[in-house]
Design a protein around this ligand. Structure first.
Ligand code: ZN
Length: 434
């Protein structure tokens, strides 16, 4: 299976190296129009090809769109500038002398680079004889139809949408399937070689097959609000098979999750709401890039925790010695901050929801509010705090929360990221811990 996919992706790469052609969104910007106060047209899905017509005495660039499939031809000789400053963002501009057009191109970065390489080669060519030695497209035979823009995003928000979607186009980069009652994943998903974001929040999944590792570009995996760990199946997800590309993994609100192994994943941070996994018993985070853990970790009661081979604890977590003094100094500013934030109704209500442990899910709240609640940071006293960005890193003795801890470094406490809810909490904490 893996062999098949590597052959398949090589095939894709060779196919795309066909550098005489480029597809992308192109805006034709006529530099004269603004002086006549006429707006330029918007960008359109386009084909751009390099080639010749009949006599082979000149090289042309043919720009075709769905509306104008015959296309507009530009002489390569009239190309006066190529702007590639933003090529890493998938953007480049070709400037022609006559007509006074700029072609502003948005496409895949690799495809742009390949196209530019070929264009540079072609621009150096002089005279009919040299042109004849080049392998070029015969533009008079260019396909006369420009197909629709390939789909890169598919959003399925309910069961009805799922029934209506008959296939997953291979070009998909974002696939979102929520509230569909999904209990297993369709094997077709694992053939999406360009998929970057897979959002499966709020379904009924109990396990993710290890074919997930066949997705070479996967960067975000959203799995919140499922039933992972509900069955007795211990290994519900082989996360250590995931590609190094993965930078985002959300597993919040999976209330029955018991065993979570996230070893060898280059993880730099865990979501703030990580502690909201009340059934979690074993957590392995070995060999990642974690420097601190979210404060919600305090709510976990584990049998086994492994944080070895992480830079956790390498940085000195506590702010140095004048902490109490500093706390007193900051007293006023914190007080003002608290007063200022008390005007924010959203923060106040979010705090109450978390304080009273009110249940929330997609049926009761919009997704934005759920995300907001899940982003809460916590104080040492257990209160949820907003704004949700952590303010400082403190040491927390995890022994009361866990039976067996593998630190991998000489410590008996772990650095956690907190945001104190009040000046009182802050100074109490530092009085107790100095
Ligand atoms: Zn507090």
């Amino acid at each position: 299976m893996t062999f098949f996919y590597s052959v398949y992706s090589n095939f894709i790469r060779i196919y795309q190296n066909n550098t005489m052609k480029l597809t992308g969104d192109i805006q034709v910007y006529d530099r004269l129009l603004p002086s006549y106060n006429i707006p330029n047209k918007r960008s359109e899905w386009s084909h751009l090809s390099i080639g010749f017509y009949g006599e082979r005495d000149k090289i042309y660039l043919l720009h075709q769109t769905q509306r104008n499939s015959v296309g507009v031809k530009y002489e390569i000789e009239k190309l006066i500038a190529v702007f590639t400053k933003y090529i890493s963002q998938g953007k480049m501009t070709l400037r022609f002398n006559t007509p006074s057009h700029d072609l502003i191109i948005h496409s895949n970065e690799d495809h742009l680079r390949n196209f530019i390489k070929f264009l540079q080669k072609v621009m150096k060519v002089k005279g009919t004889n040299e042109i004849k030695t080049l392998k070029l497209l015969d533009l008079s035979k260019a396909p006369s139809k420009v197909g629709p823009k390939p789909k890169t995003k598919l959003l399925i928000k309910c069961k009805k949408d799922l029934q209506a979607a008959d296939s997953f186009p291979r070009t998909l980069e974002v696939l979102q399937m929520n509230n569909t009652g999904l209990t297993r994943l369709d094997g077709k998903i694992f053939r999406l070689q360009k998929l970057k974001v897979l959002n499966l929040e709020n379904n009924c999944l109990e396990t993710i097959p290890d074919q997930i590792s066949l997705l070479p570009c996967l960067r975000e995996l959203h799995l919140a609000g499922n039933f992972f760990g509900r069955s007795s199946l211990k290994f519900w997800l082989f996360v250590d098979n995931l590609q190094a590309e993965l930078v985002y993994l959300d597993l919040s609100r999976n209330e029955k999750l018991k065993y979570l192994y996230l070893d060898d994943n280059f993880l730099q941070r865990l979501p703030s709401s990580f502690g909201r996994l009340p059934a979690l018993k074993e957590l392995k985070l070995c060999n990642n890039s974690l420097t601190a853990l979210p404060a919600s970790f305090r709510f976990l009661f584990l049998d086994i925790l492994d944080v070895s081979r992480n830079p956790v604890g390498l940085k000195d977590p506590c702010r140095s010695i004048n902490l109490i003094g500093e706390a007193v100094d900051r007293c006023h500013s914190v007080k003002n901050e608290t007063e200022a934030s008390s005007f924010c109704l959203l923060d106040l209500s979010a705090k109450e929801v978390l304080k009273n442990r009110l249940n929330y899910d997609r049926r009761s709240l919009p997704l934005e509010l759920i995300t907001y609640l899940d982003s809460a940071c916590y104080c040492v006293c257990g209160n949820a705090t907003f704004p949700s960005n952590p303010e400082e890193v403190i040491k927390f003795n995890f022994k009361r929360n866990c039976i067996q801890i593998t630190y991998g470094f000489d410590e008996n406490s772990l650095p956690i990221e907190v945001r104190f809810c009040s000046t009182g909490c802050r100074s109490n904490y530092y009085k107790r811990n100095i």
